[in-house]
Design a binder for this molecule. Structure first.
Ligand code: MTE
Ligand code: MO
Length: 322
């Protein structure tokens, strides 16, 4: 048996089984009981936490569904989706939902800088007012071989690029997650290159599928899923879909990414889904649908090839399928 060094979420395919989920659900149920008790007997300090205030964008949802993006599978159960997460800022287990409640989502300022006509700082609620919100049903595929189907709400990344007015020299957009180790205990783990960063080419970011998410399941997106602003790039493995974004920088160089820095040989820049190219430590041929016992064959570009295949013409020498 080969000895393998594993970092948290990089579990081999055979461990991503329904049994693991049932284990998590039992833990969740136990946790929910504890939360209920805390509500009955609030400590005054807890009752006044800023992080418990209602989300001021709640009245914007639900938003109209864009019927163009159809699924070949049922939507993943909301309770499963919001409690089975990768969000290393709050820990390396899937059960970070409770810890993520500490995230303060207002005020939330988004910076747009780098190779743009004029840098912008904008509050999330002002940004929401300017953006055309719609709902899209997308498949989602984590590199660990679990998959889901999500009713996201948000706006096309292309609309943010329009607002940003990048210079013609800009070819990439780098995204960055908040940095606050006082609320995100994972960020006290100094061996990780915080804050979490990701990047797309400008051509990818302006592809019609690239979607900036502000809601899910007809309401503001849950903290555990990356409130108040996250990315959804459904043809790529899940780690590209950065959560709780505070900054977009337009650059001429390819941005460094969080997982690329941690383990570059396994988590490449492009990270396009391909069933025929295994992860260095497990097969990508099939995927497990979160919240079910179902396995499905993985699809090339996660089934979105018709939208994105042209983005990768002429890049045959690149490692497109990390
Ligand atoms: N800031 C941040 N973004 C992140 C991550 C993370 O740890 N931190 N994990 C990524 C990974 S590996 C996946 S699979 C998805 C998980 O999204 P979900 O928890 O909403 O399913 O978020 C991605 N975005
Ligand atoms: Mo992932």
């Amino acid at each position: 048996m080969p000895v393998i060094k594993r970092r948290g979420w990089e579990i081999p395919e055979h461990q991503a089984t329904p049994e693991a989920l049932f284990f998590d659900r039992r833990r969740l149920l136990a946790g929910a009981g504890a939360i209920g008790a805390a509500v009955l007997v609030p400590r005054s300090a807890d009752a006044q936490r800023v992080s418990d205030l209602p989300d001021p964008s709640a009245s914007l949802y639900p938003v109209p569904r864009n019927p163009k993006y159809v699924l070949d599978r049922p939507i993943t159960d909301e309770a499963v989706n919001t409690t089975y997460n990768n969000f290393y800022e709050f820990g390396s287990a899937k059960t970070i939902a409770r810890a993520a409640r500490k995230l303060k989502i207002r005020p939330w300022t988004v910076k747009i800088d780098g190779l743009v006509e004029k840098p912008i700082e904008i509050g999330i609620d002002d940004l929401l007012k300017q953006m055309p919100l719609e709902e899209r049903l997308y498949r989602f595929r984590c590199v660990e071989a679990w998959a889901m189907a999500v009713p996201w709400s948000g706006f096309p990344f292309a609309k943010l690029v329009e607002l940003a007015k990048p210079l013609s020299s800009a070819t990439y957009v780098r995204m960055e997650t908040f940095l606050d180790p006082s609320v995100a205990s994972g960020q006290r783990q100094s061996w990780y290159p915080w804050p979490y960063t990701e990047g797309l080419t400008l051509a990818e970011a302006t592809n019609e599928l690239a979607f900036l998410v502000t809601g899910a399941y007809g309401k503001p997106v849950a903290k555990s899923m990356g409130s108040p602003l996250r990315l959804a790039v459904p043809w790529k493995y899940g780690f590209k879909s950065i959560k709780s974004i505070v900054r977009f920088s337009f650059t001429a160089e390819r941005p460094k990414t969080f997982w690329g820095s941690v383990q570059g040989n396994e988590y490449g820049f492009w990270a396009n889904v391909n069933p025929a190219v295994p992860h260095p430590r497990w097969s990508q041929a099939s995927e497990w649908m979160l919240g079910t016992k179902e396995r499905r064959p993985t699809q090339l570009f996660n089934g979105y090839g018709e939208y994105v295949v042209d983005l990768y013409k002429g890049l045959e020498n690149e490692r497109l399928w990390a």
